[in-house]
Design a protein around this ligand. Structure first.
Ligand SMILES: C[S@@+](CC[C@H](N)C(=O)[O-])C[C@H]1O[C@@H](n2cnc3c(N)ncnc32)[C@H](O)[C@@H]1O
Length: 190
């Protein structure tokens, strides 16, 4: 039997990947979240971002290919008294439906072919928060196709209005600042 992505991620989560932190692109911009609505943490892992969204009062779903991660997330959410609908699914086979979410967060998962479906999955006025490795980073996936090119997200999501972008690349003193990671927030026009 071939080893699938799901098998690989299950093994990592079974091996005890520690709790992950919510991404700074979300936590630094909580004031942009709507007061209510439907939110999705995509490729959620242990759902650090889903737990922030649920705590902010949003009806929150969390999707990941790894049933082991989803099980761990359900236990964490129950212990914290948070209501999150967590589902094991392969996003490449079942991307979110058009106009189905007010907020989508994607952290440290990048699949270029999925970007149009993510933009389409936002309701009018909806927000996409994205944070992941750039091709400049020594960390993250070894395949450069799974990392962002310079300034990629604003140009790859022309239907969204840019609300925030940070990608410092090699400008100035590379020992300072936030290097190798880009953060993006886009909004679907109302
Ligand atoms: C580096 S982890 C990031 C987890 C989480 N977003 C975070 O920032 O803490 C990447 C996640 O993507 C999930 N993943 C990989 N391929 C996937 C796919 N095709 N469909 C859904 N989830 C996938 C993995 O199971 C893993 O939890």
């Amino acid at each position: 039997m071939p080893v699938t992505d799901r098998d690989r991620w299950d093994a990592r989560y079974r091996g005890g990947i520690p709790q992950q932190r919510p991404c700074a692109t979300l936590t630094a911009h909580l004031h942009l979240l709507p007061a209510r609505g439907r939110a999705l943490d995509l490729a959620c892992g242990l759902g650090a971002n889903a737990r922030v969204l649920a705590a902010a009062g949003l009806d929150t779903e969390a999707w990941d290919v790894s049933p082991v991660a989803i099980g761990r997330l359900q236990a964490l959410a129950a212990a914290e008294g948070l209501r999150i609908t967590a589902t094991a699914c392969d996003l490449l086979e079942t991307p979110p439906a058009p106009q189905s979410f007010d907020v989508i967060v994607v952290a440290y998962f990048f699949e270029r072919a999925l970007l149009p479906a993510l933009a389409a999955a936002l309701r009018p006025g909806g927000l996409l928060f994205y944070e992941t490795f750039t091709q400049r980073s020594a960390h993250g996936p070894s395949n450069p196709d799974w990392k962002l090119a310079d300034n990629e997200l604003p140009s790859a999501l022309p239907g969204l209005r840019l609300r925030y972008y940070r990608d410092e690349q090699d400008a100035g003193d590379p020992a300072l600042g936030l290097r190798g990671i880009a953060g993006y927030i886009g909004q679907r026009p109302a």
